[in-house]
Ligand binder design. Structure first.
Ligand code: DX5
Ligand code: ZN
Length: 218
């Protein structure tokens, strides 16, 4: 089953609960929360306080994408604020194995993300520990960027690695995903689709989500 995880980065931040209700009402599976610190990526977004408020407004599982340096310092805060899944960047973790155990110790699902230039062999030794791998298909920091085509090969390669491991690990893809390229992303092996501007942009959030759902049926 393919899951949609709309990224609230492109939502109306002055009216977040309205936009969150809109995606929840059409029936999405997760809610993607982009946390940026202005160091790991050149943008600043939201922290645990806002996550805590979002948690009160929705029953959707919160898929929290940490684009921050030294994530270990904040894992307990995001877990307490209500994250259901915490994804850290391999590039931000000196002791990735330790960070993964740290996330697990909070009873939260664990994901690891790779920037476009980061090879898959950086997660080879920890793959079996993960619930999800997040392949960035843009350089993180902003919504509305163009999908990097070479990500497709990387997704297929990761799918093979996961199949060989015999584990049940989700493949999430984030960045530049649109209704007209999502089919090839799924075909490559992704089963969790993040979309920000393609969900919250345009006229109707509902129609945007439904258009993705149509593609998921193919
Ligand atoms: C980018 C973020 C994404 C972003 C995707 O750094 O991680 O989640 O919101 O936005 P779109 O779907 O517009 O590329
Ligand atoms: Zn993201």
């Amino acid at each position: 089953m393919i899951k949609l995880s709309p990224s609230i980065l492109s939502a109306d931040f002055s009216n977040l609960s309205k936009d969150i209700k809109a995606v929840e009402n059409v029936g999405v599976e997760l809610l993607h929360i982009d946390v940026m610190d202005g160091h790991f990526v050149p943008n600043i977004t939201i922290g645990p306080l806002v996550l805590d408020s979002i948690k009160d407004k929705t029953s959707l599982p919160l898929d929290v994408h940490l684009m921050i340096e030294k994530p270990d310092n904040y894992i307990s805060k995001f877990a307490e604020a209500g994250a259901d899944l915490l994804t850290v960047h391999v590039e931000a973790c000196t002791h990735l194995h330790r960070t993964i155990q740290n996330i697990k110790s909070h009873g939260v699902k664990v994901g690891v993300s790779l920037n476009p230039a980061t090879p898959l062999n950086t997660i080879e030794e920890v793959l079996h520990e993960l619930d999800m791998v997040l392949i960035m298909s843009v350089n993180p920091g902003f919504g509305g960027q163009k999908f990097i085509e070479s990500s497709l090969k990387k997704i297929s390669k990761l799918k093979r690695m996961i199949d060989e491991s015999g584990k049940n690990i989700d493949i999430e893809v984030d960045g530049g995903v649109k209704v007209d390229n999502v089919s090839k992303i799924i075909k490559a092996g992704a089963n969790v689709i993040v979309a920000g501007s393609a969900v919250f942009g345009g006229n109707s959030i509902k129609d945007n989500v439904l258009a993705f759902k149509e593609k998921f049926k193919e």
